[in-house]
Design a protein around this ligand. Structure first.
Ligand SMILES: [Zn+2]
Ligand SMILES: [Zn+2]
Length: 395
Protein backbone atom coordinates (compact mmCIF):
# COMPACT_ATOMS: atom_id res chain seq x y z
CA UNK A 1 0.00 0.00 0.00
CA UNK A 2 2.66 2.49 1.04
CA UNK A 3 4.64 2.46 -2.27
CA UNK A 4 1.41 3.19 -4.13
CA UNK A 5 0.70 6.19 -1.93
CA UNK A 6 4.23 7.39 -2.63
CA UNK A 7 3.81 6.82 -6.35
CA UNK A 8 0.65 8.80 -6.27
CA UNK A 9 2.13 11.58 -4.21
CA UNK A 10 4.70 12.13 -6.95
CA UNK A 11 2.50 11.30 -9.93
CA UNK A 12 -0.91 12.41 -8.70
CA UNK A 13 -1.19 15.47 -10.90
CA UNK A 14 -0.20 13.45 -13.96
CA UNK A 15 -2.66 10.66 -13.20
CA UNK A 16 -5.40 13.19 -12.56
CA UNK A 17 -4.69 15.12 -15.77
CA UNK A 18 -4.62 11.91 -17.83
CA UNK A 19 -7.86 10.62 -16.33
CA UNK A 20 -9.61 13.97 -16.86
CA UNK A 21 -8.46 14.08 -20.50
CA UNK A 22 -9.72 10.56 -21.15
CA UNK A 23 -13.00 11.19 -19.34
CA UNK A 24 -13.69 14.28 -21.46
CA UNK A 25 -12.80 12.46 -24.67
CA UNK A 26 -15.26 9.65 -23.85
CA UNK A 27 -17.86 12.11 -22.58
CA UNK A 28 -17.87 13.98 -25.89
CA UNK A 29 -18.81 10.86 -27.87
CA UNK A 30 -21.13 8.75 -25.74
CA UNK A 31 -22.30 5.33 -26.93
CA UNK A 32 -25.28 3.44 -25.51
CA UNK A 33 -25.58 -0.27 -24.64
CA UNK A 34 -23.72 -2.67 -26.95
CA UNK A 35 -22.81 0.18 -29.28
CA UNK A 36 -19.64 1.07 -27.37
CA UNK A 37 -17.52 0.50 -30.49
CA UNK A 38 -15.30 3.61 -30.33
CA UNK A 39 -15.05 3.57 -26.54
CA UNK A 40 -14.02 -0.11 -26.61
CA UNK A 41 -11.47 0.55 -29.38
CA UNK A 42 -9.97 3.47 -27.44
CA UNK A 43 -9.72 1.43 -24.25
CA UNK A 44 -8.30 -1.66 -26.01
CA UNK A 45 -5.64 0.47 -27.76
CA UNK A 46 -4.59 2.05 -24.46
CA UNK A 47 -4.37 -1.35 -22.75
CA UNK A 48 -2.35 -2.80 -25.64
CA UNK A 49 -0.01 0.20 -25.49
CA UNK A 50 0.77 -0.87 -21.90
CA UNK A 51 1.68 -4.35 -23.19
CA UNK A 52 -1.27 -5.99 -21.46
CA UNK A 53 -2.96 -9.06 -23.00
CA UNK A 54 -6.23 -7.73 -24.45
CA UNK A 55 -9.41 -9.55 -25.50
CA UNK A 56 -12.06 -7.59 -27.37
CA UNK A 57 -15.65 -8.56 -28.18
CA UNK A 58 -16.13 -9.99 -24.66
CA UNK A 59 -19.92 -9.75 -24.26
CA UNK A 60 -20.23 -8.16 -27.72
CA UNK A 61 -18.49 -4.79 -27.14
CA UNK A 62 -16.67 -5.50 -23.87
CA UNK A 63 -12.89 -5.45 -23.39
CA UNK A 64 -10.82 -7.52 -20.94
CA UNK A 65 -7.14 -6.81 -20.36
CA UNK A 66 -4.86 -8.88 -18.13
CA UNK A 67 -1.83 -7.70 -16.19
CA UNK A 68 0.33 -10.76 -15.53
CA UNK A 69 3.07 -10.23 -12.96
CA UNK A 70 4.73 -13.44 -14.15
CA UNK A 71 4.56 -14.97 -10.69
CA UNK A 72 1.76 -17.26 -9.51
CA UNK A 73 -0.69 -15.72 -7.09
CA UNK A 74 -4.26 -14.63 -6.78
CA UNK A 75 -6.34 -12.93 -9.47
CA UNK A 76 -8.36 -9.75 -8.98
CA UNK A 77 -10.94 -8.45 -11.45
CA UNK A 78 -11.61 -4.70 -11.57
CA UNK A 79 -14.64 -3.63 -13.58
CA UNK A 80 -15.77 -0.37 -15.20
CA UNK A 81 -18.96 0.05 -17.20
CA UNK A 82 -18.76 1.98 -20.49
CA UNK A 83 -22.33 2.71 -21.63
CA UNK A 84 -24.07 6.07 -21.93
CA UNK A 85 -27.81 6.80 -21.75
CA UNK A 86 -30.38 7.98 -24.32
CA UNK A 87 -30.48 11.47 -22.75
CA UNK A 88 -30.06 14.78 -24.59
CA UNK A 89 -27.25 16.56 -22.75
CA UNK A 90 -27.92 19.99 -21.25
CA UNK A 91 -24.80 20.60 -19.16
CA UNK A 92 -23.33 23.44 -21.19
CA UNK A 93 -19.88 21.84 -20.71
CA UNK A 94 -17.25 22.55 -23.36
CA UNK A 95 -16.98 18.79 -24.00
CA UNK A 96 -20.76 18.12 -23.93
CA UNK A 97 -22.10 15.44 -26.28
CA UNK A 98 -24.13 16.51 -29.29
CA UNK A 99 -25.37 13.14 -30.59
CA UNK A 100 -28.53 12.84 -28.46
CA UNK A 101 -26.81 10.46 -26.03
CA UNK A 102 -25.11 11.32 -22.77
CA UNK A 103 -22.82 9.96 -20.11
CA UNK A 104 -25.41 10.95 -17.52
CA UNK A 105 -24.46 8.27 -14.98
CA UNK A 106 -20.71 8.90 -14.82
CA UNK A 107 -19.61 5.74 -16.65
CA UNK A 108 -17.20 7.91 -18.69
CA UNK A 109 -15.47 8.54 -15.36
CA UNK A 110 -15.46 4.83 -14.50
CA UNK A 111 -13.61 4.04 -17.74
CA UNK A 112 -11.09 6.84 -17.08
CA UNK A 113 -10.58 5.73 -13.47
CA UNK A 114 -9.97 2.08 -14.40
CA UNK A 115 -7.59 3.17 -17.15
CA UNK A 116 -5.69 5.26 -14.59
CA UNK A 117 -5.72 2.31 -12.15
CA UNK A 118 -3.90 0.29 -14.82
CA UNK A 119 -1.24 3.02 -14.94
CA UNK A 120 -0.86 2.98 -11.16
CA UNK A 121 -0.53 -0.82 -11.10
CA UNK A 122 2.07 -0.78 -13.87
CA UNK A 123 3.97 2.05 -12.20
CA UNK A 124 4.23 0.02 -9.03
CA UNK A 125 3.34 -3.58 -9.91
CA UNK A 126 2.11 -6.16 -7.42
CA UNK A 127 4.69 -8.84 -6.63
CA UNK A 128 2.56 -11.77 -7.82
CA UNK A 129 -0.74 -12.77 -9.42
CA UNK A 130 -2.95 -11.28 -12.11
CA UNK A 131 -5.20 -8.25 -12.46
CA UNK A 132 -8.08 -8.39 -14.96
CA UNK A 133 -9.38 -5.02 -16.17
CA UNK A 134 -12.96 -5.57 -17.38
CA UNK A 135 -14.52 -2.75 -19.43
CA UNK A 136 -18.19 -3.71 -19.54
CA UNK A 137 -20.85 -2.74 -22.06
CA UNK A 138 -24.57 -2.25 -21.43
CA UNK A 139 -24.88 -1.77 -17.66
CA UNK A 140 -28.08 0.30 -17.84
CA UNK A 141 -30.56 -2.58 -17.83
CA UNK A 142 -29.11 -4.22 -20.94
CA UNK A 143 -27.45 -7.30 -19.43
CA UNK A 144 -23.83 -6.35 -20.15
CA UNK A 145 -22.39 -8.07 -17.08
CA UNK A 146 -24.11 -11.35 -17.95
CA UNK A 147 -22.89 -11.05 -21.53
CA UNK A 148 -19.26 -10.65 -20.41
CA UNK A 149 -19.58 -13.53 -17.95
CA UNK A 150 -21.11 -15.75 -20.66
CA UNK A 151 -18.10 -14.87 -22.84
CA UNK A 152 -15.70 -16.08 -20.15
CA UNK A 153 -14.48 -12.92 -18.40
CA UNK A 154 -14.46 -14.91 -15.13
CA UNK A 155 -12.52 -17.85 -16.63
CA UNK A 156 -8.79 -18.27 -17.08
CA UNK A 157 -7.62 -16.58 -14.97
CA UNK A 158 -10.48 -17.13 -12.55
CA UNK A 159 -10.70 -14.13 -10.16
CA UNK A 160 -10.45 -14.68 -6.41
CA UNK A 161 -12.06 -11.29 -5.82
CA UNK A 162 -13.98 -8.70 -7.87
CA UNK A 163 -14.31 -4.96 -7.30
CA UNK A 164 -16.21 -2.13 -8.92
CA UNK A 165 -16.85 1.49 -8.04
CA UNK A 166 -19.51 4.02 -8.95
CA UNK A 167 -18.86 7.76 -8.86
CA UNK A 168 -21.64 9.00 -6.60
CA UNK A 169 -22.71 12.63 -6.51
CA UNK A 170 -24.89 12.14 -3.43
CA UNK A 171 -21.64 11.69 -1.47
CA UNK A 172 -19.15 14.53 -0.92
CA UNK A 173 -15.77 14.39 -2.65
CA UNK A 174 -13.32 12.23 -0.73
CA UNK A 175 -15.98 10.03 0.84
CA UNK A 176 -16.33 6.33 0.11
CA UNK A 177 -19.67 4.56 0.62
CA UNK A 178 -19.97 0.83 1.09
CA UNK A 179 -22.15 -1.70 2.91
CA UNK A 180 -21.15 -5.12 4.27
CA UNK A 181 -24.14 -6.91 2.69
CA UNK A 182 -26.93 -5.83 0.31
CA UNK A 183 -25.94 -2.36 -0.91
CA UNK A 184 -28.03 -1.82 -4.05
CA UNK A 185 -31.46 -3.28 -4.75
CA UNK A 186 -32.66 -6.08 -7.00
CA UNK A 187 -34.31 -4.52 -10.05
CA UNK A 188 -37.47 -6.00 -11.60
CA UNK A 189 -39.75 -4.75 -14.34
CA UNK A 190 -43.45 -5.45 -14.80
CA UNK A 191 -46.03 -4.83 -17.48
CA UNK A 192 -49.73 -5.19 -16.69
CA UNK A 193 -52.36 -5.24 -19.41
CA UNK A 194 -55.86 -4.43 -18.07
CA UNK A 195 -58.50 -5.52 -20.59
CA UNK A 196 -62.25 -5.55 -21.23
CA UNK A 197 -64.41 -5.70 -24.37
CA UNK A 198 -64.39 -1.85 -24.47
CA UNK A 199 -67.42 0.24 -25.39
CA UNK A 200 -69.23 3.59 -25.44
CA UNK A 201 -68.33 6.20 -22.85
CA UNK A 202 -72.03 6.99 -22.41
CA UNK A 203 -72.89 3.38 -21.47
CA UNK A 204 -70.27 2.14 -18.98
CA UNK A 205 -72.76 -0.43 -17.63
CA UNK A 206 -72.72 -2.24 -20.99
CA UNK A 207 -68.99 -2.92 -20.85
CA UNK A 208 -66.22 -2.81 -18.21
CA UNK A 209 -64.10 0.29 -17.66
CA UNK A 210 -60.37 -0.45 -18.01
CA UNK A 211 -59.44 3.15 -17.08
CA UNK A 212 -61.08 2.95 -13.66
CA UNK A 213 -59.82 -0.62 -13.20
CA UNK A 214 -56.24 0.40 -14.07
CA UNK A 215 -56.45 3.30 -11.61
CA UNK A 216 -57.50 0.82 -8.91
CA UNK A 217 -54.63 -1.49 -9.88
CA UNK A 218 -52.13 1.40 -9.49
CA UNK A 219 -53.48 2.19 -6.02
CA UNK A 220 -53.74 -1.46 -4.96
CA UNK A 221 -50.13 -2.13 -5.99
CA UNK A 222 -49.03 0.34 -3.31
CA UNK A 223 -50.54 -1.93 -0.65
CA UNK A 224 -47.93 -4.61 -1.46
CA UNK A 225 -45.20 -2.72 0.38
CA UNK A 226 -47.54 -1.18 2.94
CA UNK A 227 -49.56 -4.31 3.85
CA UNK A 228 -48.08 -7.52 2.45
CA UNK A 229 -44.34 -7.26 3.13
CA UNK A 230 -42.54 -6.96 6.44
CA UNK A 231 -41.94 -3.32 7.43
CA UNK A 232 -38.42 -4.41 8.40
CA UNK A 233 -37.53 -5.40 4.83
CA UNK A 234 -37.34 -2.51 2.34
CA UNK A 235 -39.09 -2.67 -1.03
CA UNK A 236 -40.41 -0.21 -3.61
CA UNK A 237 -43.21 -0.69 -6.14
CA UNK A 238 -43.42 2.16 -8.68
CA UNK A 239 -45.83 2.40 -11.59
CA UNK A 240 -43.99 4.53 -14.12
CA UNK A 241 -46.17 4.44 -17.22
CA UNK A 242 -49.92 4.24 -17.93
CA UNK A 243 -51.23 4.10 -21.48
CA UNK A 244 -54.80 3.67 -22.74
CA UNK A 245 -57.57 5.28 -24.69
CA UNK A 246 -57.85 7.12 -27.99
CA UNK A 247 -60.92 9.38 -27.79
CA UNK A 248 -63.15 11.22 -25.33
CA UNK A 249 -66.17 9.03 -26.05
CA UNK A 250 -64.66 5.52 -26.10
CA UNK A 251 -63.98 3.28 -23.13
CA UNK A 252 -60.76 1.54 -24.24
CA UNK A 253 -60.45 -2.24 -24.41
CA UNK A 254 -56.95 -2.08 -22.94
CA UNK A 255 -54.86 0.00 -20.56
CA UNK A 256 -51.20 -0.89 -20.14
CA UNK A 257 -49.23 -0.18 -16.99
CA UNK A 258 -45.47 -0.49 -16.63
CA UNK A 259 -43.30 -0.18 -13.58
CA UNK A 260 -40.53 -1.49 -11.41
CA UNK A 261 -40.05 -3.29 -8.10
CA UNK A 262 -36.93 -2.93 -5.96
CA UNK A 263 -35.88 -5.05 -2.98
CA UNK A 264 -32.80 -6.14 -1.00
CA UNK A 265 -33.91 -9.35 0.68
CA UNK A 266 -33.95 -12.55 -1.44
CA UNK A 267 -37.25 -13.72 0.09
CA UNK A 268 -38.92 -10.40 -0.73
CA UNK A 269 -37.52 -10.59 -4.27
CA UNK A 270 -39.02 -14.09 -4.61
CA UNK A 271 -42.46 -12.98 -3.40
CA UNK A 272 -42.80 -9.79 -5.46
CA UNK A 273 -43.73 -11.37 -8.84
CA UNK A 274 -46.66 -13.36 -7.42
CA UNK A 275 -47.81 -10.42 -5.26
CA UNK A 276 -47.88 -8.04 -8.23
CA UNK A 277 -49.73 -10.63 -10.33
CA UNK A 278 -52.25 -11.43 -7.58
CA UNK A 279 -52.99 -7.82 -6.60
CA UNK A 280 -53.33 -6.68 -10.24
CA UNK A 281 -55.60 -9.59 -11.19
CA UNK A 282 -57.90 -9.24 -8.19
CA UNK A 283 -58.14 -5.44 -8.32
CA UNK A 284 -59.03 -5.60 -12.03
CA UNK A 285 -61.44 -8.49 -11.60
CA UNK A 286 -63.32 -6.68 -8.82
CA UNK A 287 -64.30 -4.18 -11.53
CA UNK A 288 -65.09 -6.80 -14.17
CA UNK A 289 -61.82 -6.50 -16.09
CA UNK A 290 -58.95 -8.90 -16.65
CA UNK A 291 -55.29 -8.18 -15.84
CA UNK A 292 -52.41 -10.04 -17.45
CA UNK A 293 -48.97 -9.47 -15.90
CA UNK A 294 -45.56 -9.99 -17.51
CA UNK A 295 -42.84 -9.85 -14.84
CA UNK A 296 -39.12 -9.76 -15.58
CA UNK A 297 -36.18 -9.80 -13.17
CA UNK A 298 -33.41 -7.51 -14.48
CA UNK A 299 -30.65 -7.51 -11.82
CA UNK A 300 -30.29 -9.29 -8.50
CA UNK A 301 -29.33 -7.16 -5.49
CA UNK A 302 -25.70 -6.01 -5.21
CA UNK A 303 -24.57 -8.04 -2.21
CA UNK A 304 -21.07 -7.30 -0.93
CA UNK A 305 -18.93 -9.91 0.77
CA UNK A 306 -18.33 -8.79 4.41
CA UNK A 307 -14.63 -9.72 4.31
CA UNK A 308 -14.04 -7.82 1.05
CA UNK A 309 -16.09 -4.87 2.34
CA UNK A 310 -13.74 -4.70 5.30
CA UNK A 311 -10.85 -4.64 2.81
CA UNK A 312 -12.50 -1.75 0.95
CA UNK A 313 -12.88 0.17 4.20
CA UNK A 314 -9.28 -0.50 5.21
CA UNK A 315 -7.84 0.42 1.80
CA UNK A 316 -10.00 3.54 1.54
CA UNK A 317 -8.86 4.76 4.93
CA UNK A 318 -5.19 3.92 4.32
CA UNK A 319 -5.00 5.52 0.87
CA UNK A 320 -6.16 8.97 1.76
CA UNK A 321 -3.53 11.17 3.36
CA UNK A 322 -6.41 12.82 5.21
CA UNK A 323 -7.82 9.43 6.14
CA UNK A 324 -10.09 9.05 9.09
CA UNK A 325 -12.90 6.56 9.73
CA UNK A 326 -15.40 9.36 9.02
CA UNK A 327 -14.26 9.33 5.39
CA UNK A 328 -15.85 5.91 4.86
CA UNK A 329 -19.62 5.56 5.18
CA UNK A 330 -19.95 1.91 6.18
CA UNK A 331 -23.69 1.47 5.61
CA UNK A 332 -24.35 3.28 2.35
CA UNK A 333 -27.38 1.83 0.55
CA UNK A 334 -29.67 2.81 -2.30
CA UNK A 335 -32.73 1.26 -3.96
CA UNK A 336 -31.00 1.87 -7.30
CA UNK A 337 -29.62 -1.19 -9.07
CA UNK A 338 -26.35 -2.22 -10.72
CA UNK A 339 -25.52 -5.31 -12.73
CA UNK A 340 -22.19 -5.66 -10.93
CA UNK A 341 -24.42 -7.93 -8.82
CA UNK A 342 -23.89 -10.61 -11.49
CA UNK A 343 -20.15 -10.65 -10.74
CA UNK A 344 -20.80 -10.69 -6.98
CA UNK A 345 -23.15 -13.67 -7.36
CA UNK A 346 -20.23 -15.73 -8.67
CA UNK A 347 -17.10 -14.32 -6.98
CA UNK A 348 -16.72 -12.65 -3.56
CA UNK A 349 -16.00 -8.96 -3.79
CA UNK A 350 -17.39 -5.52 -3.13
CA UNK A 351 -18.90 -2.55 -4.88
CA UNK A 352 -18.27 0.94 -3.52
CA UNK A 353 -19.48 4.48 -4.12
CA UNK A 354 -16.85 7.16 -4.58
CA UNK A 355 -17.99 10.63 -3.51
CA UNK A 356 -18.12 12.97 -6.49
CA UNK A 357 -20.56 15.76 -5.58
CA UNK A 358 -19.99 18.74 -7.94
CA UNK A 359 -18.17 21.50 -6.11
CA UNK A 360 -19.15 24.63 -7.96
CA UNK A 361 -22.90 24.78 -8.48
CA UNK A 362 -25.90 22.45 -8.16
CA UNK A 363 -26.26 19.75 -10.81
CA UNK A 364 -29.00 17.28 -11.59
CA UNK A 365 -28.86 13.77 -10.15
CA UNK A 366 -27.55 10.70 -11.99
CA UNK A 367 -29.45 10.24 -15.31
CA UNK A 368 -30.52 13.94 -15.46
CA UNK A 369 -29.63 15.99 -18.60
CA UNK A 370 -27.51 18.40 -16.50
CA UNK A 371 -25.70 15.69 -14.52
CA UNK A 372 -22.00 16.19 -13.86
CA UNK A 373 -19.48 15.12 -11.23
CA UNK A 374 -16.33 16.55 -9.66
CA UNK A 375 -13.43 15.28 -11.76
CA UNK A 376 -11.16 15.31 -8.70
CA UNK A 377 -12.94 12.05 -7.81
CA UNK A 378 -11.23 10.32 -10.76
CA UNK A 379 -7.75 9.87 -9.20
CA UNK A 380 -9.44 8.87 -5.95
CA UNK A 381 -11.43 6.14 -7.75
CA UNK A 382 -8.28 5.00 -9.59
CA UNK A 383 -6.32 4.81 -6.34
CA UNK A 384 -9.05 2.79 -4.68
CA UNK A 385 -9.30 0.27 -7.54
CA UNK A 386 -5.51 -0.16 -7.68
CA UNK A 387 -5.43 -0.35 -3.89
CA UNK A 388 -8.06 -3.12 -3.71
CA UNK A 389 -6.10 -5.16 -6.26
CA UNK A 390 -2.74 -4.69 -4.53
CA UNK A 391 -4.22 -5.58 -1.15
CA UNK A 392 -5.70 -8.88 -2.43
CA UNK A 393 -2.53 -9.81 -4.33
CA UNK A 394 -0.42 -9.17 -1.23
CA UNK A 395 -2.41 -11.85 0.69
ZN1 LIG B 1 -27.19 4.70 -14.24
ZN1 LIG C 1 -24.34 3.85 -13.39
Amino acid sequence: MIPLVKALATGEKEVEAGAVRLRREIHARPETAFEEIETARLVADRMRARSLAVRTGVGRTGVAAVLDTGRPGKTVLLRADMDALPVVEKTGLAFAATNGKMHACGHDGHVAALDAAADLLILDPPAKGHVVFAFQPGEEGAGGAQAMIADGVLDDPRPDAVFGVHLWTALPLGQVGVAPDAMMAAVDEFLIDVTSPGGHAASPHETRDTIVAAAHVVTALQTIVARRLSPLLPAVVSVTSMHGGSAFNILPASVTLRGTCRSFDAEVADRLPSLVREVAEHAARSLGCEARTVYRKINPAVVNDPHETERVRRVAEALSPRASPARVTASCRTMGGEDFSEFLLRVPGAFAFVGAAPATFPRGPHHAPDFDFDERALPHAALLLAGFARDVLAD
